[in-house]
Unconditional design. Structure first.
Length: 497
């Protein structure tokens, strides 16, 4: 079989007129008759050509109109599939290449009433294959129109793939084939295969031109539909993102409102707690002061003579009263700090002042326990930005703890060192140390380490919790490192003033 795989540039052709001798004034009747006949023939040919051109133009205009009615891809496919091809006398097959690259046989159309249904029924079962010589596979390589004039029925049968389809195709009738590509921006989008009736003249250059014009309009329609589909998908995605965003914003807003409510609840609970502690400490302080007052009066003998044992008991009562009072004060103090109700009077002071004051305060306690109180390297002239009273409270707490938890003969040292934007104040001791699993929890309120090494100590278990809150309140930190049985080092870091 031979394919004429090139444009057929010969038209149906009309007979060329003779090259007549110029009119010489006298014409024979025979010559006159010949000329009149020739002229009539020319007029007829011109009329036929004009009619064909009109039909083609009408067809193209109708195609444009059909394709222009919808941007929806499936409706565009339907518009292409509904083409009638008056100018090309025969039937046609339309293939399109889908987004994923697969070939979809969109339509098989026959102009004859009795063959239309059978042609249409082929659409679903006539599957294109890669080596077909019709449809998209026939032009996939060079994107040019293909004309098959010889043994076109074999080419169609070869592309049929099953005997029933071959039978139907032969019944539809095969003369010659014209396969035109549907190309948009250099990309193959599909192909239209025109099949002429058996015995019809081969496709002319005008036919190829018309087929290619139809294909061009198909391409434009397909591209517009695909762009529209892409735009719709992008819009849908953007819309989904907008809805998601709105949902996320609503969730975030809800979370914010919940957090705000939780914060308000917590504030209210804190306020209630502080208020409760204030009332409670006030209520407790009054009878406690009365206990102390009456114990003192009894000690003076105002209610009659007091024995040594009774004085001893009264002293214990007063010691317990002092402890209880300090516990109440500490609880109240801690609650105030923890709930953010404490106020700090921050100013720049010289470090040395506070260190000297703390040393002088703890010295008697150290002496009483036979503990050496030492001053290491200090940077006393450094200035710190603190609330002086709170800073003193922390250092005294650390030093009296160091003395309290160091056995007689041990040593407690106070030193300081300038760091980048802080001053580190160290209180180290050679005391009992803290077990490693307890070292962080000693900053929790009411935490007291019980161990064989610890001698019985009086304390509230709130000193370090308060000290750490105070350090944080001044923009500083309080940390500890310790070795059980060897001693501890507490480091208070405060902002440089
Ligand atoms: P308190 O001294 O009133 O018990 P603190 O909060 O000041 O309360 O201390 C909590 C606990 O931390 C103490 O009971 C003790 O077990 C431990 N502790 C504090 N300082 C030292 C230290 N220098 N050496 C060993 N243990 C310490």
């Amino acid at each position: 079989m031979t394919d004429a795989a090139a444009r057929n540039d010969g038209g149906a052709g009309t007979a060329e007129p003779h090259s007549d001798a110029p009119y010489a004034g006298s014409i024979s009747p025979q010559l006159l008759t010949e000329r009149m006949l020739l002229s009539a023939l020319r007029e007829h040919d011109a009329a036929v050509a004009a009619e064909m051109a009109r039909e083609r133009a009408e067809f193209l205009a109708a195609a444009c109109l059909r394709f222009g009615t919808s941007l929806d891809q499936e409706l565009t496919y339907a518009a292409i599939a509904g083409l009638s091809l008056p100018g090309l006398q025969g039937w046609c097959v339309v293939d399109v290449i889908e987004i994923g690259g697969s070939i979809r046989r969109l339509a098989v159309m026959h102009p004859d009433e009795d063959k239309r249904v059978a042609a249409h029924a082929l659409v679903d079962r006539w599957i294109p294959a890669a080596d077909d010589r019709i449809g998209v596979p026939a032009i996939e390589r060079d994107l040019h129109s293909v004309i098959v004039t010889e043994r076109a029925d074999d080419a169609v049968a070869g592309a049929a793939h099953d005997p029933e389809t071959i039978r139907v195709l032969q019944w539809l009738g095969v003369g010659s084939l014209l396969v035109v590509p549907i190309v948009g921006h250099g990309i193959l989008l599909g192909a239209i295969t025109f099949v002429s009736r058996p015995g019809a003249p081969p496709y002319s250059a005008d036919d190829v031109e018309l087929g290619e014009a139809v294909a061009m309009h198909c391409a434009q329609a397909l591209e517009a539909a695909r762009l529209y589909a892409a735009a719709r998908a992008a819009w849908a995605e953007a819309e989904a993102a907008r809805v998601d965003g709105e949902g996320a914003r609503a969730v975030a807003e809800m979370a914010r409102l919940e957090a705000e409510q939780a914060r308000r609840d917590a504030d209210e609970a804190n306020d209630a707690k502080t208020q409760f502690l204030r009332t409670m400490s006030h209520e407790l302080r009054t009878p406690l002061n009365a206990i102390s007052g009456y114990a003192q009066l009894m000690e003076t003998g105002i209610y009659g003579p007091v024995t040594d044992e009774q004085i001893d008991a009264l002293t214990r009562i007063r010691r317990s009263q002092v402890h209880l009072l300090s516990l109440i004060n500490s609880v109240l103090h801690y609650a105030k700090l923890e709930t953010g109700h404490a106020e700090f009077d921050i100013r720049s002071i010289e470090l040395g002042d506070v260190l000297d004051w703390a040393l002088s305060l703890v010295a008697p306690q150290a002496r009483a326990h036979n503990i050496t109180l030492a001053v290491g390297t200090t940077t006393s002239t450094d200035r710190v930005n603190v609330d002086p009273q709170r800073m003193r409270q922390i250092i005294v707490n650390l030093m009296s703890n160091a003395v309290k938890f160091t056995n007689p003969g041990g040593r407690v040292e106070l030193s300081s060192e300038r760091e980048e934007s802080t001053v580190a104040i160290r209180v180290s001791d050679t005391g009992i140390g803290i077990p490693s699993d307890k070292v962080q929890s000693i900053f929790e309120p009411f935490m007291q380490v019980r161990s064989d090494l610890a001698r019985p100590h009086q304390g509230t278990g709130l000193g370090l919790a308060i000290s750490r809150e105070l350090a944080h309140g001044m923009g500083g930190t309080l940390t500890v490192s310790s070795t059980l049985g060897a001693g501890s080092v507490f480091v208070l870091r405060l902002p440089v003033g």
